[in-house]
Each structure stands twice: as C-alpha cells, then as structure tokens.
Design a protein around this ligand. Sequence first.
Ligand code: FMN
Length: 228
Amino acid sequence: MKILAFNASPRKSKGTTDVLMEAFIDGAKKSNADVDKHHIVDLDINGCLSCFTCWWKTPGVCVHRDDMDWIIPKISEADILLFGTPIYGRNITHYMQRMVERTFPLSLPEMFATKDGQTSHPSRERKIPRLVLAATCGFPDLNNFDIVKALYPTALPILLPASQMLSNDEGKEYLSDFLDAIRLTGQKMVEGDEIPESLKNKLIVEYSDEMKSTVIKTHNLYSASRME
Ligand SMILES: Cc1cc2nc3c(=O)[nH]c(=O)nc-3n(C[C@H](O)[C@H](O)[C@H](O)COP(=O)(O)O)c2cc1C
C-alpha cells in the first residue's frame, strides 16, 4: 500500500503538524506501508496560470516544468494521500492551496451532476487515493477547522486545536491517547480495515471549557515572556 504525504507547514519537522503526520506514518509502517513524505516548502511548485492547456492543448500535462511533474503521476499511484496543514487565517496554508490548484490536470474538462446535487469534473485517473487530512491550529476551539472540513468533506480528518500542547511533556501526555489513535488509524487503513466511528472520534481533540481557559492563560504568560 502506497502512502504519499505532504506537509504544508513552513516549520516542517520542527512543527506540530508533522507530529500528527509521523504518528500516522508510524502506524502505517507497522503494516509495511510504502511511505513517501515531502515538505511542500522544499518543493518547486509554480502557481496555476489558468491557461487550461492541461485540459485542451496537452490533456493531463501542465505548461509548468517543476516538481508537479513527478507529483501528479505519484498521486495517481498512491492508495492514501496524507496532507498535513496548520490553520492560517482559519484556512489551509497557501503552500497546500498552491499544490492543490496544480492537481487540475488530474481532472477532465467535462462537468457532471453528482449524486448529492453538486457539479463536478470527472477524474482523469481511475484510481483516486483516500484522503487523510491532519490539521493543527493555535486556538483551542474546533471551529478553526470549519473551512478545512467544508473544503474536504470526503477526507478523514485528524484535528488538533491548541497544538502548542505538543511542545511540553505534560501536553504530550495529555494527548497520548490521541496520538495512539492516529497510529492505530494509519495501521488499520493500510490493512484495508474500515475505521470505526469510535476511532474516528478520537482523531478530533475537543477541550473542556476549563482546559480552554488553561490554554489561554498559558499562551498569554508565554507570549508576555517572549516580548523583547
Ligand atoms: C500566519 C498564521 C496564521 C494563523 N492563523 C490561525 C488561525 O486562524 N486559527 C488558529 O487557531 N491558529 C492560527 N495560527 C496558529 C497555527 O495554526 C498553529 O500554530 C499551527 O499548529 C502551526 O503548525 P506547525 O507547528 O506545524 O507549523 C496561525 C499561525 C500563523 C503563523
């Protein structure tokens, strides 16, 4: 089973999004997954020019010659596409958005009405990888992920608010069940198992009001200590 993973945080392996991604990968490797992970900031990805060349002049091939040349065929080969993104301005980062826009060559120009009353383009490829989306944010409230959830309704969400919790041992301990749930999910997905609702629920961290107050206090103390 092939996993293609992209981290859209500029903090790369030093960030918190990567901790979630690595937990998934850790579990997946227990089931012998073939994992190929990249940090988007290290890649050369130009912005889409909206020239539609990939639809009508050279079907499936973009005018840009950059890292998307190898990424597009790899997406078609992957069984699982794992995206990790921090929330910036309540949305995915522009690093991820740029890459997503450049997957346009994977769609065909035709429009069709979907079963749920929407309109879409068919995929150029027969195989579509399962999408797993790991996202982190700084505020303790889950509504920071509303846009991401609306953007990718078919993705399996792994969501961590107040991700700064991962920067100390106490927070890591508090989140150990969450990290274990991510590992188990990675392992199960590679084994082809359905992910039960009980496990899916553990992939989304929700804090009590008391915990949210603690997050706010801790943040403000830390922030004040950093002022120069
Ligand atoms: C430019 C910028 C915008 C951000 N916007 C939000 C936001 O809208 N909501 C939120 O909860 N956190 C926001 N954050 C905090 C990040 O989502 C959070 O620190 C994230 O976990 C960082 O991920 P990383 O450690 O993988 O880089 C923002 C951070 C930056 C730098």
